[in-house]
Design a protein around this ligand. Structure first.
Ligand code: ADP
Length: 482
């Protein structure tokens, strides 16, 4: 267990000397401690990052060329690739996710780092036709020091796609992982130092969101904040950042629809629909948590899905089942509250998965649930549950499907299942979401595919080449040479 901050390539005790407990979500037991970061620790991390970049990009990190940064990122990607099992275990232990999911996360982490390693020296500006006698160019510069507030659901993937992109563009980073899942991020920072990243390029301060996280957000030495997490916390972060005009990227929640038309290939659609909601026990911002099915095939689709839901199992991470426990007691109680309200509203559970006999009663386990005929205005169809709960409802026409799909505060991802090419594009163009998948559903997206929200799902884009742009500022240089 790593129980200190990682600042300037060294382990540092919390300046307050205080720690937080690490709880194993599969049995509720305390298994270790992490440092409880405060303003002083954040100060030290920001100072280390600023030294690495240098006042005028003249620090040991700031002077590196794009290809030199790329080479270091490749080394880190390769080091992760050699340690997939180590990262998978750390992630599974901390978050409770099935080791199967954790392995995929570790593979994605390596791929993000590899992608951004390769992209480092491919990012360039433009020259702009202007008045005679001028040459005008744009160059993309790093912000300087970027702050990364990472949630507990996919720590290493989110590290890969935000810290990877920030490093690729020449920023130094201060990372605040979630209080429930800091181990894998600490290990990554340590590994980066081992493969040769200069001191201060990646700093990790652990602790509570309202303490270490809030200090980071408010810190004058942070030039950009990337936040992934809940909509409510995203609002707080954007407000704090607005106080000092700090740019922010927010990747927040979702209530993403899967829209199944009567001509869909159900053999392909159904397994994907199930995975898109139960993956990571439903604790995925892009989970496909609403199922809209055309009325003519509603009953057979629900019957077939019910069978699949009954076969789903939740259990301890090491068993590699469909799901592990939820991440913590708070999340578990929140899901239970939402389910109690659904019951009070008279909603009907059509099918439920099972808990494995080894699932300890003190663990935060929630079996998968399929609800049918959920009214569109019910909170189960409107609110993000962040649990393995699918809310199904019928629709009659394409117009109604679009209206239902767009009828929540969110706009992160949509899945469209139909063989009709015209309908695929009509619906894809009218759905208000940052990603649309046709006859597939990339819960979590792909490394190369720009990802982010509309409406309350946030703003700014992560992943892919586009994901690098937010970590740069564009400078225009106009030269009058006559
Ligand atoms: P949850 O409520 O499930 O913990 P959050 O969105 O609050 O989800 O947490 C995501 C990340 O944001 C975590 O790293 C958490 O510590 C951090 N965080 C929470 N509150 C704040 C805050 N006020 N300022 C900065 N970071 C915060």
């Amino acid at each position: 267990m790593r129980k200190h901050h990682f600042i300037g390539n060294a382990w540092c005790e919390a300046s307050s000397g205080e720690t937080l407990p690490i709880i194993d979500p599969s049995n509720g037991a305390e298994v270790g401690q992490i440092a409880r970061g405060t303003a002083q620790d954040v100060d030290a991390a920001v100072a280390a990052a600023r030294r690495a970049v240098g006042e005028t990009f003249d620090g040991p990190w700031g002077v590196l060329s794009a290809s030199e940064r790329g080479r270091l990122l490749y080394r880190l990607a390769a080091a992760v690739q050699d340690r997939i099992e180590e990262f998978a275990l750390l992630e599974a232990q901390d978050t409770g996710k099935s080791i199967k999911t954790a392995r995929t996360d570790a593979i994605f982490l390596a791929r993000y780092l590899e992608f951004y390693a390769g992209a480092c020296d491919k990012l360039h500006g433009d020259t702009i036709p202007f008045q005679t006698g001028f040459t005008v160019m744009t160059i993309r510069e790093p912000h300087g020091v970027t702050g990364h507030i990472i949630p507990w659901n996919y720590p290493i993937q989110i590290f890969g796609r935000t810290v990877g992109a920030a490093l690729a563009t020449g920023n130094a980073c201060v990372v605040k992982p979630a209080e429930d899942a800091s181990q894998s991020v600490l290990r990554l920072a340590e590994l980066a130092a081992e493969v040769g990243f200069p001191a201060g390029v990646i700093n990790v301060v652990t602790g509570y969101g309202h303490e270490a996280g809030a200090c980071l957000t408010a810190h004058q030495g942070i030039d950009h904040i990337s936040f992934t997490g809940s909509t409510a916390t995203g609002r707080l972060i954007a407000q704090a950042a607005a106080e000092r005009h700090c740019p922010v990227t927010l990747e927040l929640g979702g209530k993403s629809p899967q829209i199944v038309f009567e001509d869909a290939n159900l053999d392909e659609a159904l397994p994907v629909i199930v995975t898109a909601i139960v993956q990571n026990a439903g604790q995925t911002c892009s989970a496909g948590s609403r199922l809209l099915v055309q009325r003519s095939i509603y009953e057979p689709v629900l019957q077939a899905l019910a069978e699949r839901f009954r076969a789903l199992k939740a259990g301890p991470p090491h068993l590699g089942l469909d799901m592990g426990p939820l991440v913590n007691r708070k999340q578990y109680e929140q899901v239970k509250r939402i389910l109690a309200k659904a019951e009070a509203d008279g909603l009907q559970v059509m099918a439920r998965g099972a808990l494995h006999p080894e699932a300890a009663s003190a663990g935060y386990y929630q079996e998968a649930l399929l609800y049918r005929d959920v009214p569109h205005d019910n909170s189960l169809a409107q609110q993000e549950v962040f649990g393995p709960v699918l809310a199904a409802m019928p629709f009659e026409s394409e117009e109604e499907a679009i209206a239902l799909a767009n009828g929540t505060d969110y706009g992160l991802v949509a899945g469209i299942w139909t063989q009709d090419g015209g309908r695929q594009m009509r619906v894809a163009r009218k759905v208000r979401s940052g990603q649309v998948f046709i006859n597939n559903y990339g819960a979590g997206g792909g490394v190369e595919l720009p990802f982010g929200g509309m409406k309350s799902s946030g703003y700014g884009r992560e992943k892919g080449f586009e994901g690098m742009l937010g970590f740069t500022v564009l400078k225009t240089i106009a030269i009058r040479h006559g």
